[in-house]
Design a protein around this ligand. Sequence first.
Ligand code: HEM
Length: 501
Amino acid sequence: MVTYIDLTLIAVALTLLLWYLFSKPKDYPPGPIKWPIVGNMFQMKVDGYTHRAMSKWHKKYGEVVGLFTGSSPVVLISGLDAIREALTRDDFSGRQGNSILKIMNDGERLGIVNTDGEVWKAQRRFTLHRLRDFGFGKNTLESIAHEEIRAVFNDIDRASGGAEKGYSNPVCFHDILGGTSINILWHIISGKRYDHDDPEFKYLTTSVNKFFQVSEPSGGILIAFPGLVKIFPSLARTKELRATCEPLFKFLEDMIAEHKKTIDYDNPRDFTDVYLVEIEKQKGNPNSSFHEKQLREVCAEAFIGGTDTTFANLTFAILFLVLFPDAQKKAQDELDRVVGRERLPSLEDKPRLPYAEAMVQEILRISSVVALCVPHAPLTSKDAISFRGYRIPKGTRVLFNFYDLHHDPNYWDDPLSFKPERFLDGNENLIRHDPLLPFSAGKRVCPGETLARNNIFLIVTAILQKYTLSTPEGRPKPTTDPTPSFVLCAKRFETKVQLRS
Ligand code: HEM
């Protein structure tokens, strides 16, 4: 028979269990209820978008929000002051490491994006310096970019029917711009350019796109239930993620093997060669982090980090230029005045093309393709770090609310409109806006920033110099809702191109 004592004990046990299941770590930032087992996993999206859920939580709970993917802590930092403060602190510059890349590297954390501490410092410093030596971000790269732009023109002419058919076929720029920016980067890394129609190259760039579509900024099921994913890999689409990485890793191994066969150690030709020279130089140094697997990973990260981000910005550039024809016209008038039509725009023209420069800033703002940053993690030997009165436990995934920052009406007037003018003063001088952080800031700031900015500038100005873009007659205007993905991209849409007379 059940007694009052039994009932009291059951009630106490249940209360303790519920308290345990719903409890959060001490001094954890405010946030929604932590549901047992799943945490906030099923609340991490609004209309299918993680960045929309994060904006909602910023408004509701403030600049520091505590969330959970399963029982794994995720902290969201929003607003310019809080974001800047955290990004400039050393103890916020760690990483958890991408689970799939770890699997691909037999459990090791390699490269730049996924490491911290001494390995990260050595790899990042070396990579940044050597990429600069090979013209990364410099005008010497311009001729490679111009070659790519001519290939883009050919593709546009072919897809639209060209002069023969009066450019009458609508064009989908997603099919044209995929290989452009990666080809420019790849030239520095491996000395090689790929034809835009090369099936292997097309396959690789599409794979990277898939990699981001399957990745979750909040970590998803891979972070919440790693044990379960080991037994049922299909839950986290691990197989799919692996399948996107394997061909890229194989492609890079072949590229490195080819370089090893033909290298002249006294005359390195490209980044891969200088890395191989460094491996030789550091042989015998027990603390060296330079080896072939590391080279493969650094190249993979450049491929992954450099492909989809720039491509996504270019798709948004075309989209907003179609939707805001006045901005297009202003950029074209400036190009006609300063550059004319006889030669392609050059990086040297930049100081005399303030509207075009402002347009690049506005493309980066309105697209905010890396909407929540690449997740950081506390870097500390203690159990937690403190921030604005809260405790952030070691192992927390820290997200930065860039999309929200770039669309916050407190910083930007009419944030959903494409207005390059917001980056110009009354005298057509460029102005800096502190709340614009598309490449992040601090120690982890994107090392590809200059290259990406230059590519977007050269490609968009060249397209506008030659063509006028609009929505094909009788078609609805394309949506500005992005494809839900770790890297936001414009949804596919068709554009009418007209050769400028
Ligand atoms: C428009 C294009 C691009 C955007 C918007 C972008 C944005 C970003 C952002 C937001 C981060 C995270 C920084 C942080 O963790 O605080 C990042 C990191 C990184 N990006 Fe980019 N990126 C772009 C292009 C590139 C290119 C072309 C490369 C090729 C070299 C590249 C390589 C990297 C690497 C290696 C990191 C990791 C840095 C580290 O952990 O120390 N990115 N990028």
